[in-house]
Design a protein around this ligand. Sequence first.
Ligand code: ZN
Length: 74
Amino acid sequence: MSEKSTILVDLNDGCCRSCGGKLQIFHVDDCSLEVECVEEDCLDAYKVEPDAFADGGITYWPQAMVAFGQEAGE
Ligand SMILES: [Zn+2]
């Protein structure tokens, strides 16, 4: 059983490339994060590098790997 969850990205760390809105991470793999804009008018979704955010790749990516990584690896 796997719960569908996402990780919200703080606006100080990164924002939607289209509208500047808040992003959530919904998928991860070894070399990328997939993010989606939470703004209803936008909902842009795209891949970014693990270090695309202001955290330098040490916060969101490992967190996402823990949250979503197992599923992808099985
Ligand atoms: Zn957006």
